[in-house]
Design a binder for this molecule. Structure first.
Ligand SMILES: [Zn+2]
Ligand SMILES: [Zn+2]
Length: 287
């Protein structure tokens, strides 16, 4: 009798566990993806017009906006509207978004690159304004962080390997060894756009991963390249690797460092995009 009861309980537990993972993300449960689930590289791009607005960065660009250490970018044009990272705090994030006439409630998806506070700090305050979002985060995030987001009403998707987020929007999956980080990929008719948070796994590693994964030309790589304390000779090697990978445009910001930004600008000339808070990059800038 006791054995039967134990079997009943374990069967019930197993059924509940399976059900929890089968629930759609919109019901506040998180889905797990296998490492083998890759974006469909054969699919052709449908995104014609894309706009990426930098809403949080330590580099100034537009007068009247606040700068602070961190990064966040707002992306429209693909099937869903995406916020990539959330900066270090919500007052600055939300104030900059308001000044840029961005409706917080228009955002469907939040993608967090990695756990550092200068990329995740604005999330709590953001969720107070709009919790009807699906948050894509590296699976390695602390459980407490995930539970907090769910308690606030957001749905979460734990990202392990590369996957398609929606339409032409993909993630590299969590890369790296110590600080695990994902980068965002948008496939446009002009080529691939890659947006990085801090590039802790290595910016060249990220670029090459995207090339292997998507089998397409890279139109633009933008975001933090993490080259702040890297010697000049090393930065030059990185720029050569970018050229070898035929990256057409670059928009380094956040933790890239002034020296690396200057060197990229020298090497890329008119294909260098000056990125700071308030900068909007559209398809017209990437012809
Ligand atoms: Zn970081
Ligand atoms: Zn950072």
């Amino acid at each position: 009798m006791c054995l039967l009861r134990a079997i009943q309980i374990s069967v019930l537990t197993a059924v509940l566990a399976i059900a929890a993972y089968d629930l759609p993300a919109s019901q506040g449960q998180y889905r797990e993806y296998s490492m083998n689930e890759k974006p469909d590289a054969t699919k052709t791009a449908e995104v014609n017009d894309i706009t990426i607005k930098v809403v949080y960065d330590n580099n100034p660009y537009m007068d009247g906006l606040q700068t602070a250490w961190g990064f966040s970018a707002f992306i429209t044009g693909p099937e869903k509207t995406v916020l990539f990272d959330t900066g270090a705090d919500s007052p600055r994030l939300l104030s900059n978004m308001e000044k840029l006439a961005i409706d917080v409630n228009s955002i469907d998806i939040v993608v967090l690159s990695h756990i550092h506070g200068d990329h995740t700090g604005g999330l709590d305050g953001f969720l107070e304004k709009n919790f009807k979002v699906v948050v894509y985060l590296p699976k390695s995030f602390p459980e407490k962080f995930k539970q907090n987001m769910q308690a606030r009403g957001a749905s979460i998707v734990e990202v392990q390997g590369p996957l398609q987020i929606c339409g032409d929007v993909h993630t590299t999956g969590q890369l790296g060894t110590s600080i695990l980080e994902q980068s965002l990929i948008v496939r446009t008719k002009l080529g691939l756009i890659v947006i990085t948070g801090c590039a802790h796994p290595g910016i060249v590693k990220i670029v090459n991963t995207v090339k292997d994964l998507m089998k397409d030309d890279i139109l633009l790589v933008m975001g933090g390249f993490h080259l702040n304390s890297v010697p000049k000779s090393e930065i030059e090697k990185i720029i050569s690797a970018f050229k070898k990978a035929q990256v057409k445009y670059v928009g380094p910001c956040h933790c890239t460092g002034d020296e690396a930004r200057d060197l990229f600008e020298k090497q890329y000339g008119k294909y260098y995009i000056n990125v700071g808070v308030g900068r909007a990059i559209t398809s017209a800038d990437l012809q």
